[in-house]
Write a protein of this length. Structure first.
Length: 242
């Protein structure tokens, strides 16, 4: 099964273990430049709680910045990435005599544009949470009932989503995003995202964080930090993250 470390894949892993036993599940976890260091640490901490057998845990190293169709950052970027990733997962699964690859997509994922879901369908990857009609709120409820620490973990996406469509994706831009979001996290902002749009940093925050951003000390520290990184302006997206 594909494991990202979020609430969806954590619940799926928990349910699969309960259904067929941990020894019958191979956990496939992708590692790449698209995932921040903090997210990698969070996923590792969650896996440590599940404590899978080393023989049943596979880290698949990917290098999307070497994929020309990915760095071009077209509207199908997520499709190309998911297709490559899951092809690698399927090869690993087949080599271990696994008969099916599971993915943690849920019913709410169908409510927004998800180019990557086309790759899931094309590769015949199974989506048990979606098949059961479970949305995010229900998944969080079930994860909380199961005692999973990820039950209230904010939704996240790879750092490439912070770069506007059509702008070439580079290592430097991804590192810039990570520095900005880490700064905000260290200031107590949860589930923040920072889009890099030319010389502007565009903040997308939760409703609570949007109020806190106007605290004078935080605002001054943020502006100074962003200016040191080379941004001309720091803008606030008025549509809050849910």
């Amino acid at each position: 099964m594909a494991f990202s470390g979020g609430v969806d894949s954590s619940l799926l892993y928990w349910a699969a273990r309960a259904a067929i036993g941990e020894e019958n599940i191979v956990v496939l976890h992708a590692v790449s430049e698209l995932v921040s260091k903090r997210e990698r640490q969070s996923a590792a901490a969650t896996l440590k709680i599940f404590n899978p057998s080393p023989d049943n845990l596979v880290e698949v190293c990917l290098h999307p910045l070497n994929w020309s169709e990915f760095v071009a950052n077209t509207s199908d970027r997520c499709y190309f990435c998911k297709k490559r990733m899951y092809r690698n997962f399927l090869l690993e699964a087949e080599g271990r005599q696994c008969t099916v690859l599971l993915d943690g997509s849920n019913a709410d994922d169908l409510k927004s544009k998800r180019p990557g879901f086309r790759a899931i369908l094309e590769l015949a990857v199974q989506t048990p949470l979606l098949d059961a009609g479970l949305g995010k709120d229900e998944i969080r409820y079930l994860a909380r009932k199961a005692g999973l620490p990820t039950h209230d973990k904010p939704s996240n996406s790879c750092m490439a989503t912070r770069i506007p469509e059509g702008d070439i994706i580079s290592k430097e831009k991804l590192e810039l995003v990570e520095k900005c979001e880490l700064f905000l996290l260290d200031k107590g902002f949860i589930a923040c995202r920072v889009r890099v749009e030319g010389q502007d940093a565009v903040l997308q925050l939760t409703t609570t964080d949007s109020r806190n951003i106007f605290t004078e000390a935080i605002r001054v520290d943020l502006l100074c930090f962003m200016q040191e990184l080379g941004f001309a302006r720091v803008l606030l997206d008025m549509t809050p993250r849910l």
